[in-house]
Design a protein around this ligand. Sequence first.
Ligand SMILES: *[C@@H]1O[C@H](CO)[C@@H](O)[C@H](O)[C@H]1NC(C)=O
Ligand SMILES: *[C@@H]1O[C@H](CO)[C@@H](O)[C@H](O)[C@H]1NC(C)=O
Length: 704
Amino acid sequence: MGYLMRRGPPLILRISILPFCLLAAVSGQIRYSIPEEMRKGLFVGDVAKDLGLDIRRLVSGRARLVIDGEHQYVALNQNKGHIVVNERIDRESLCAKKSPCSFTLEIVLEDPLELFSITIEIQDVNDHAPVFPENEINLEISESTPTGTVFLLDSAADPDVGINSLQRYSLKENEHFVLKQHIRADGSKYPEMMLQSNLDREKESKHTLILTAADGGEPQKSGTVKILVSVLDANDNAPIFTQTSYKASVLENVLPGTVVTKVSAEDADQGYNGNVTYFFTHQKDDSSCPFEINPNSGEIKRTAKLDYESYPNYEINLQAKDPWGVAGASKLLIEVADVNDNSPIITMASYSGKISEDSPLGTVVALISVQDKDSGKNGQVRLTLEENLPFNIKFSLRNYYTLVTDQILDREKHSKYNITLSATDEGIPPLSSKKVLGLEVTDVNDNAPAFTKGIYNTEIVENNPPGVSLLQIYATDPDLGQNARISYYLIDSGINGNPVSKYFSIITESGVIPLLHSFDYEQLKEYRIRVQAQDGGSPPLRSNATVIIGIQDQNDNPPQVLYPVQTGGSVVAEMVPRSADVGYLVTKVVAVDVDSGQNAWLSYKLQKATDRALFEVGSQNGEIRTICQVTDKDAVKQRLTVIVEDNGQPSRSATVIVNVAVADSFPEVLSEFADFSHDKEYNDNLTFYLVLALAVVSFLFITC
Ligand SMILES: *[C@@H]1O[C@H](CO)[C@@H](O)[C@H](O)[C@H]1NC(C)=O
Ligand SMILES: *[C@@H]1O[C@H](CO)[C@@H](O)[C@H](O)[C@H]1NC(C)=O
């Protein structure tokens, strides 16, 4: 039943890209032709085949039909790729007298966006017979009417078109009248009857005629009307309209009550001139006539709403009667002039409301259809964008436009747009309408995490318990969702040849860095580790930072005395000659502290002494000096205990025993220290002498 008619080569328009970066095409034009009045579900055309589309593509592209207007005359069977009848199509209500009658629809496919235009032509079926407005036409004709006078007869109506419409009038043969058929400018036909021989009321006062109207359909349909002619006495004259036809024009938006035009008829009978009443002779079903005639004045007023788009003109048969009921006829053609009274209508044929921020320039955001019911300039529409946004409007096909990106989008700067579309027609004054589209820009992982600092400096006191948290590092990512979910890692660059994980750990989710090790300031004063933040995008993005951990000293080491050396039971003695002056430098206690700062700042004090009055220790330098003249009474053997303290909190100390011999000669010293050595269990004489020799060397050294 469907007849495919391709008109010329298919028109292919490239209309750029859908949000998913795929190429899209807009192509047209398929034309099907079907008879009206087909049953629901009947086949119209195989679009899949005729457009060369795969059925799977129809399904994946969510193929759908976009039909302007309120009737969804046809539907798409996605599984077969067929267009079928969805609603009874009555050609006469769709197009009235317009021929050929067709409507256009679009098939919209998504991913990628494709647009196909299909025109369906509706063929007329001879489903209407010509119908006359009344069953009878009553004519009153004076017997004095000259031959050759013509009488306008009511036309029959047949809503079908072409050959199915009214083709021919015929009048049953009679002796007085012959039929004349005329064609109007619009191609329709109307009948007139001409008097061909004089009437004589005294012979025959009434004549009955039969007028038939036939269409050219197969089978033919026809309608008839009876014409009753009453022959009037020679003295009676029918009113005669001043014109055989009238023409008027009216704007479709005139106010109710406005006088559109005025007709008048004259009656030649004396005394009753102007005493004429006027009527419309409507077709029976034409109760929707938006005009009314004043029976006395012949003024025609608008009474109901006019709409150029559905009824561009009206043809009205007029009748004028005098007081005896004698009638004359004429007709009136009223043309309705278009006024810009319909605003454009913006509809979204395809719109997801979302676009990815990495969409290339020219990506299609929406497919928009704009309709305006007015005709001519009043129906010509321009679609524009209101604000200065990174989008553009492109004309696509028929009354379709695409909204495309004009700049690269960045969700982190602008995550939502309100796009105001404005459609304006070219009427005077123009009418416009607006539509606001809310567009959401979807995230792409285009930002790496950023640490709050490039270098984190932190300090920890040595001897920390393992497991304490050092610090929390933090990175931010302006992306959204998974793309902004940050995980933290240590970059293993090794510390002293050990993996970094021996010393540090990191909590992936929070960036907290716990210590796995107790640090020793005396071993390493500073650690540098590198950390990485990684987002959850696909692929993920990363950035690095450095954490510098300074180890703070604790006073965990006591001073160490380097001199005099404390060896087991051996005895070291410093010699002081009896001739030494006050302030004589006996020896110097040398000590170190491996801690640092205050913790290594040493002071010296004399803790115990055989004779406190004889020696002092320099608190800063550890020098032991005499503080009074040595006399013979002073014992040879002097024993001093020096305490070395650091300045830590609390402080730590070490003590050292310094033996001093007050003598002028070695033998004297030896005799004194012999038993001193016996105090100890150590009896190695050789060692004793060696040590003594060392003391003497040091004595000489200090003296120098
Ligand atoms: C868009 O319009 C809505 C509703 O009018 C409003 O709530 C929203 O803030 C607007 N958004 C932008 C980005 O202007
Ligand atoms: C981060 O460190 C890793 C490992 O050393 C390296 O491969 C990467 O290039 C670094 N990234 C940056 C952004 O410096």
